[in-house]
Design a protein around this ligand. Sequence first.
Ligand code: NAD
Ligand code: DAU
Length: 354
Amino acid sequence: MSQLEKTILVTGGAGFIGNHVVRRLVKNYPHYKVINLDALTYAGNLENVADVADAPNYSFVKADITELEEVRGVFAVYNPDIIIHLAAESHVDRSIEDPLVFVKTNLMGTATLLQAAKEVWNGQYDGKLFYHVSTDEVYGSLGETGFFVETTPYDPRSPYSASKAGSDHLVRAWGHTYGMPIVLSNCSNNYGPYQFPEKLLPLFINNIKHLKPLPVYGKGINVRDWLYVEDHARAIDVILHEGKHGETYNIGGHNEYRNIDLIHLLCEVMDAKLGRDPGTSAGLITYVTDRAGHDMRYAIDATKLQNELGWTPSLEFREGLEKTIDWYLGNEEWMEQVTSGAYQKYYEKMYGDA
Ligand code: NAD
Ligand code: DAU
């Protein structure tokens, strides 16, 4: 195999961020074989990768990262050089309702992958890499000032973020103890096409379209740093190729919004796009009980990634938001498919009449 040829196994490639990573690798690197390993939970959907399904350098394999024998079997067949690990339980609200599945998937799943990689690589680490995709939530919650840097001490506060923090530690432990080549990145809130409508933006876009209430947690003053998902996928590409092994890179949009300000902007843009009177969508805003343990503010300092690897976000937020809204409005079938069935029960349980 030439140095240029690589087999890259992406876990969670049928999920929101994973599909953008898979698409980017399949299209930009025809000499790479891209294997998408996904269990297809409620959050995974093969429609998300339908446009690359027939590409000659793409394969899908349905497997559960918590099942060692299944993972061993996949590794034996494909013998990956690189693992980009995105598969996870990813929604904070679900982690509050049902934490154990987060511990299982995010901790046991990550350890299982690490162990299977260690076995298949068997100490021959030349050209190998385990790339772990993580979140800014591992650093905890900020007050009004300051930013998370790569050396900020971990202080996770939800079952989701604690399980992600633990998974980061596991990856570093395999790197330190067994000499496995690893790299990690911790990113802020992503938005864009193909996000499951349990997360703020697709949920609110869908509710606005159907003139349903917009459930704002607490006072709506929590702050998040928003990054367009394709910019995250591009950062992963850069770190994959240029990142220093053993290092961690923070990825962020330098784009902080209080939830309520973001929601008002969304309402304004959607009123215009839907040809509704200004103020129609804002009239749907409904303040509901706050999320338990709701982190107040996340803000990423991505200077290291910018200075060392030259990555910066490419889209202005307004442009990214418009693209995102246009995508959801133009992909009604996708939305209908993912909101049928179990979604209705989830919605009822989380939001009742709101
Ligand atoms: P997602 O919930 O949309 O997708 C997760 C994917 O993982 C789904 O396709 C699902 O089927 C798969 N999966 C879940 N359990 C699995 C298992 N046991 N075995 C195999 N596959 C399984 O998540 P996302 O938003 O795309 O996030 C991807 C990764 O990026 C996660 O690790 C998340 O922690 C991290 N992250 C997300 C964000 C964000 O804003 N969404 C920001 C920073 C980091
Ligand atoms: O920061 C990165 C993280 O961003 C990722 O690691 C997570 O996987 C991803 O889900 C996201 O976590 P958040 O909890 O920040 O995202 P969410 O879209 O759930 O919520 C964004 C903000 O909006 C948060 O302050 C809670 C609030 N919110 C959310 C929902 C779903 C509401 O006010 N109402 C809602 O109905």
